[in-house]
Write a protein that binds this ligand. Sequence first.
Ligand code: FAD
Length: 479
Amino acid sequence: MATMSNSLPLRHGLSLWCPQSASLNRAHQPSSSTGFRSFRRTYVAASSAFTNENRESASEFVIVGGGNAAGYAARTFVEHGMADGRLCIAYAPYERPALTKGYLFPLDKKPARLPGFHTCVGSGGERQSPEWYKEKGIEMFYEDPVTSIDIEKQTLTTNSGKLLKYGSLIIATGCTASRFPDKIGGSLPGVHYIRDVADADSLVSSLERARKVVIVGGGYIGMEVAAAAVAWKLDTTVIFPEYHLLPRLFTPSLAWRYEELYQENGVKFLKGMTICNLEAGSDGRIAAIKLEGGSTVEADTVIIGIGAKPAVSPFERVGLNTSNGGIQVDGQFRTNIPGIFAIGDVAAFPLKMYDRIARVEHVDHARRSAQHCVKALLSAQTHTYDYLPYFYSRVFEYEGSQRKVWWQFFGDSVGETIEIGNFDPKIATFWIDSGSEFQLLPKLARSQPFVDKSKLQNASSVEEALHVARTSLPVEAAV
Ligand SMILES: Cc1cc2nc3c(=O)[nH]c(=O)nc-3n(C[C@H](O)[C@H](O)[C@H](O)COP(=O)(O)OP(=O)(O)OC[C@H]3O[C@@H](n4cnc5c(N)ncnc54)[C@H](O)[C@@H]3O)c2cc1C
């Protein structure tokens, strides 16, 4: 990687942008689109420091983005004494995973609402409500996304034409939800994508009136939304092209048990099915989904959960390395341009323990990468980020649910698998690479001990299997 600098002097402060509702892509859509209406409604320049339209502001540190990574980066700056009038931040960042969990509970089941889940409550930290930022002397700068960057002049331009000079820049723009093209009905009224609070609000108002819900995609977003939809007592179908759900994380056997749990809750599955078209009814709203092969499924509300793309558009074609999809960084989140960093979902970083470049769309990584980057930026910390992939999901957690489920995934889903337990009440899967390496719980995943495979296979319970695994750890890792 080219020359990198992570130590520009601390003089002024830090700015942070975060469009609160409409994603940047939608913000630039023509005025006929729903996204543009929400953009016009919510984009308000609220900070007195920025009310002068074309005024140039200078900040030594600027964060672009206002999501999970930005919230944790702001906290780390504060912990290092870098607030006190010197930080400018946009809409207070929140813990995004809540949007498909507590946020979608039916209205009589105490749904989560802001300010309850502002960062950093997700990791047991302080709730950084707008008041928190105020108290810390952090200016709020409401929605005005960055649209371009001038690397030579070290300036950013926002959608409304404001110019901001930066010393060091942290890009934390996350991802935008992948969409179906308009020409196959991807933007029909009643078709939803979930990335931010405005998306979740719009879905909640559809769920209030819905009868037949179809979820497209068998990933964690689709499965969390399906669990919520049945809490609203709605006819719920999940459609996906693979042969089992969560194919990137689950084995077929694990997926089958998970599907069974959903079926017991009334969810129907159409597996191995590809969508041709989303079709409108006479009122212009979504009415049906046409599948390849000609069959049709009725729906008045559709949620598309088919993945996400890194939000790199303002930073493309300016010399940043985006060849891996996101913005490539080194083990301290430095890009190939001195003084520019990238963290969270948008960063393609060296995943040290698996010796490859990866982009990780997990909240745990967003938090840790933010903390690592800011510490490296503000102190002499030089060690390389050494991340153990961790992902979790929680479903059916609303009041009155028969069974609340929480699962966690550590490491990489590579190798032979051994499954212990029958999901009644627990189940664990161990991925064993070359017959000798574990990947499940953090210690096991990180130290990858040699293990007695037959003992593990013969374990009669998850507890016994974990005991077998634990005893194979080196003494210092086992404690
Ligand atoms: C609905 C949902 C549920 C999830 N559930 C889980 C889960 O259960 N477990 C888990 O591990 N992970 C989960 N995730 C993933 C997790 O939330 C993300 O990995 C995490 O939010 C990434 O943080 P980030 O700051 O990189 O990006 P984000 O949180 O997406 O924040 C990016 C921010 O940058 C802003 N932005 C984009 N472009 C610009 C621009 N040009 N100018 C200014 N601002 C810009 C965006 O508006 C946004 O505010 C979930 C994600 C979603 C969407």
